[in-house]
Design a protein around this ligand. Structure first.
Ligand code: BES
Ligand code: MN
Ligand code: ZN
Length: 493
């Protein structure tokens, strides 16, 4: 999709379709009024006929409006003016883009003109881009019949001339975030026989070449040398070799400590010997979405050439049942030296992340954020709307929550009190890898916290937000918007 920032009256645009808003009560926005005026009240007449109330997300396409230059006018309902926030704005943009008729190759959008409390023009422009890219995303399906090429290829975003500069910057940012989201979706959606640990390693190298990151992709021998016994324990059940990926984007001041992102990259989670039930097991190809979000975020900051020091770490392997696989009762020794009794081989995410968290120490990080599709319990707690934030530092947690609000990729703060820690007690090792059914996402975070004592750390459980099930099955690209916004805000302070 090609976006541009433009100025000028809607009735004069040489475009396949001009998109303007209508509030409930048939209240025309400025650009709709401007069209109406030249068109001898043609819009007012349509509204009077009762075809459109202005209800949020409703749409109406009009052809052959007299006197005006655009081929079509798309009216999109905005709901009640008093209830119109950035959230409704995003919904209206989505509804409009989805409602564009098949033949529209280029559209001119006038929705950023609508005043919203606390929303800058920059924010309206970047959200417009992000929502549009999300709404027009197409899966690279592996089908014998090629998909029809997209007709819609150009979108002009209309703003006041005085806002051009801010809008251009916001456009770049929106495109960068969208590129990151797109990569995370693509990687998540790939079948697990293609998206293997080896494949993720190759993708990291490709990104590094494209954006000038430092990159290392460690193979099994090197991972052994590091003493990552916990990570290797999970990997040992698979014929696919593990990879440990280190990406570095060092565009901040030399003295600035890096912010480290750590991704869970289980390219398929069968549960291992503690085998998962069969239904919907295919969705466990998405168990690498934490890793995908790290790669996606790196793509976004690479696109923006963001002035920050950031490190991305990815532990990636398969979790398979096998004669060589770890068993319940096995004890693993992590890179930190702490020992772990594996009571359930399906609690494998924490087993690979703990070693990555120990590895992170060498960067003397400003903060470490891990991202993982870690627990089914998180989905029970928060559903599919919010990611969970756990942290050993309240300020860091609030930074992430705020980035989630700004980017409309929201998260919710979960407790991580010491009270939960003893659920991980083991008679045979330093800790067990599970803490029982009660508070399952919290005890998982407690497990990780034992490996993150040397720095400010947060954990995002994205089990409920990284992909959608059912008819709309597909990766969401979350939490790339949250993470990128988090880094943008960090770079600016
Ligand atoms: N990858 C899963 C978590 C998951 C399950 C995410 C379903 C999204 C949907 C993770 O590795 C896992 O299996 N966790 C177990 C932990 C349990 C054994 C303590 C779970 O949540 O059931
Ligand atoms: Mn599992
Ligand atoms: Zn898993």
């Amino acid at each position: 999709m090609e976006f541009s920032i433009k100025n000028g009256n809607p009735e004069k645009q040489r475009t396949d379709c001009v998109i303007v808003g209508v509030f409930e009560g048939q209240k025309l926005t400025d650009s709709a009024k401007s069209i109406d005026l030249l068109a001898n009240k043609a819009l007012s007449a349509v509204l009077k006929n009762g075809d459109m109330e202005g209800k949020l997300n409703s749409t109406l396409v009009l052809h052959n409006i007299p006197e005006i230059t655009p081929k079509r006018v798309l009216l999109v309902g905005l709901g009640k003016p008093a209830e119109f926030t950035e959230k409704q704005y995003r919904q209206a943009v989505r509804a409009a883009i989805k409602a564009l008729p098949k033949g529209v190759a280029d559209a001119s959008v006038y929705l950023p003109e609508i005043a919203i409390n606390n929303a800058s023009i920059a924010s309206k422009v970047s959200h417009l881009v992000e929502v549009t890219m999300d709404a027009t995303y197409q899966v690279n399906a592996i089908k014998s019949k090629k998909p029809e090429p997209k007709v819609l290829t150009k979108i002009a975003i209309h703003v006041e001339k005085a806002d051009n500069q801010q809008a251009e910057v916001a456009l770049k940012q929106g495109l960068a975030i969208s590129a990151g989201v797109g990569l995370a979706k693509d990687l998540g959606n790939l079948p697990p026989n293609i998206c293997t640990p080896t494949y993720l390693g190759e993708q990291a190298k490709k990104l590094a070449k494209q954006y000038g990151f430092k990159v290392e992709v460690l193979e099994k021998k090197e991972i052994e040398k590091l003493g990552m016994g916990s990570f290797l324990g999970v990997a040992q059940g698979s014929v696919e070799p593990p990879r440990f990926i280190v990406l570095q984007h060092l565009k901040g001041k030399k003295t600035q400590k890096p912010t480290v992102l750590v991704g869970k990259g289980i390219t398929f989670d069968t549960g291992g010997i503690s085998l998962k039930p069969g239904s919907e097991m295919d969705e466990m190809k998405y168990d690498m979405c934490g890793a995908a979000s790290v790669l996606g975020t790196f793509k976004a900051i690479g696109e923006m050439d963001l002035a920050i020091n950031a490190v991305g770490l990815i532990a990636t392997c398969e979790n398979m049942p096998d004669a060589g696989a770890i068993k319940p009762g096995d004890i693993l020794t992590s890179m930190s030296g702490q020992t772990i009794e594996v009571l359930n081989t399906d609690a494998e995410g924490r087993l690979i992340l703990c070693d990555a968290l120990t590895y992170a120490e060498r960067f003397e990080p400003a903060a470490v954020v891990d991202i993982a599709t870690l627990t089914g319990a998180c989905v029970i707690a928060l559903g599919h709307h919010a990611s969970a934030v756990f942290s050993n530092n309240d300020a860091l947690a609030h930074e992430l929550l705020a980035a989630g609000e700004t980017s409309h990729d929201r998260a919710w703060h979960m407790p991580m009190w010491d009270d939960y820690q003893n659920q991980l007690d083991s008679n045979f090792a330093d800790m067990a890898n599970i803490g029982g059914r009660a508070g399952g996402s919290i005890t998982a975070a407690c497990f990780l916290s034992r490996y993150a004592k040397k720095y400010d750390w947060a954990h995002l459980d994205i089990a409920g937000t990284a992909w959608k099930s059912g008819k709309e099955k597909g990766g969401t690209g979350r939490p790339v918007p949250l993470l990128t916004t988090f880094l943008i805000k960090r770079a600016a302070r």
